[in-house]
Design a protein around this ligand. Structure first.
Ligand code: CDP
Ligand code: CDP
Length: 229
């Protein structure tokens, strides 16, 4: 093969993709690619510019013209620093406003085309752990290891609530978080363009009751087995 190996991690919101992908990358000395951060950054810019979320033409133009940069982050709050057109949006892309409309923006085919192209460009040489919704099915269909990371909605809502508490954000009820997560899962899995789907050759990892290092170890293990074949 003319590139280094790729690990693709897909799954629904709050399954642990970012946390686990970052640890796996650190463990195996690979680059970590957070594709969700890119959809969030475009969403932030749409809000910032006051563009209507159904104005697909304007959003397509914006996506094609903007410059997204992902740089390593020292502080542990978030996995990478995210920049769009030179503005640091690392924190700003995690707000409730962005989270509540990101799935509508990510369903637009021009947005996906532009961002997927950039992801594939970044991944040309391989050597990365990419995480999102369509990595194993669409972005890197020839990835050496494909993981579909899941957990029950209740477990994922509990994890999100803990994140909010740790960040000192206002308390959101578990019921509300479950509703939000289920709604985003539904939007992401039913959209027309590359919906969230388990690739036929992906390994499903059910993470209820597993901690981060247990999940990381499983994936590192799959990777080493696969590469020794
Ligand atoms: O971390 P969390 O699961 O909340 O979401 P994320 O990974 O930051 O992704 C935010 C949203 O971007 C998802 O709900 C999807 O709508 C979209 N997304 C996507 O469509 N395709 C990807 N490869 C990654 C994210
Ligand atoms: O990226 P995604 O939305 O899939 O999930 P995440 O943001 O990586 O994880 C959500 C939260 O669940 C984080 O606070 C993780 O530390 C936590 N988590 C966990 O408690 N146990 C796991 N096995 C995986 C993640």
């Amino acid at each position: 093969r003319d590139r280094q190996p790729i690990i693709a991690i897909d799954g629904p919101a709050g399954a642990g993709k970012s946390t686990v992908a970052r640890q796996v990358a650190a463990n195996l000395n690979l680059v970590y690619l957070d594709t969700g951060a890119m959809y969030r950054a475009v969403t932030w810019l749409v809000l910032q510019k006051g563009i209507a979320i159904d104005d697909e033409c304007a959003i397509a133009e914006l996506t094609n013209q903007c410059k997204i940069e992902l740089t390593p982050n020292q502080d542990l709050q978030s996995s990478v620093r995210v920049w769009i057109d030179g503005t640091d949006v690392t924190q700003a892309i995690r707000t409730v406003q962005v989270t509540s409309i990101v799935s509508a923006i990510a369903a637009q085919s021009a947005v996906r085309q532009a961002l997927v192209k950039q992801q594939q460009n970044w991944g040309k040489k391989g050597g990365l752990v990419a995480e999102g919704r369509d990595i194993g099915t669409h972005v890197f269909p020839d990835a050496e290891v494909k993981i579909f990371l899941t957990a029950s909605v209740g477990e994922r809502a509990r994890r999100r609530q803990e994140d909010f508490n740790k960040q000192g954000q206002p308390e959101v009820s578990l019921k509300q978080l479950e509703r939000d997560i289920a709604e985003r899962d539904w939007k992401d899995s039913t959209r027309k363009v590359s919906p969230l789907q388990k690739a036929a050759d992906a390994i499903e990892v059910q993470t209820d009751g597993l901690n981060i290092s247990e999940v990381t170890a499983q994936i590192v293990n799959y990777y080493q087995q696969r590469l020794s074949q």
